[in-house]
Write a protein that binds this ligand. Structure first.
Ligand code: ADP
Ligand code: MG
Length: 171
């Protein structure tokens, strides 16, 4: 799928800022969205996903899917699948695991390490790249579809209006 020109960059000076972005993203979700989370180990992908899932109303633990490969949540009448393909040795493991059926119009999929399933995992509507920047992080959002573009515009307007979510309760 072709990229759109809709992008946004946010400074995340501390963990709370990453959590706010996750909560803002929760307000911009729509069913069917596929979101890739890129970045090195420790960049904050799971931190962002955890804040998003909490902001949707999930009150239990939000584990990193590093070992289970996927964690499933049913929140705010959405099926949310949080994947982590870090441990894949080949992209075909995605097909062997039968994960394809999780990507449908009723679900939202968050995918850490999508490149480990390249060619097998469905393409993204939105790619979020987290990078270290000094002691903090920078998040770059790039939309790859109209649905992704609408998500980026919503987040940008939430933040421009100063309505960014309050920091979630500490876990
Ligand atoms: P990943 O899933 O990308 O491997 P994690 O979310 O598991 O990364 O870990 C990220 C680490 O960085 C956590 O220790 C978290 O507290 C910290 N962190 C997250 N966001 C920021 C930020 N904006 N600035 C500084 N530290 C952050
Ligand atoms: Mg992680």
């Amino acid at each position: 799928m072709h990229g759109t020109d809709v992008t946004a960059v946010f400074d995340l000076p501390d963990e709370a800022a990453t959590q706010r972005l996750g909560a803002d993203l929760a307000q911009a979700l729509q069913p069917g969205l596929v979101i890739y989370l890129d970045g090195d180990l420790g960049a904050g992908k799971t931190t962002l996903a955890r804040a998003l899932i909490r902001a949707l109303g999930h009150s239990g633990p939000v584990k990193s899917p590093t070992y289970a490969l996927v964690e499933v949540y049913v929140v705010s009448s959405l099926y949310l699948y949080h994947f982590d393909f870090y441990r894949f040795e080949s992209p075909e493991e995605f097909l062997d695991a039968g994960f394809g059926e999780y990507f449908n119009e009723a679900s939202v999929c968050l995918v850490e390490w999508p490149d480990k399933a390249a060619g097998c995992v469905p393409s993204s509507d939105l790619r979020i790249r987290l990078q270290h920047a000094g002691d903090g992080r920078i998040a770059e959002l790039a939309a790859n579809s109209e649905r992704g573009a609408s998500c980026v515009r919503t987040i940008a307007s939430i933040r421009a209006a100063g309505n960014s979510c309050a920091t979630p309760e500490p876990r």
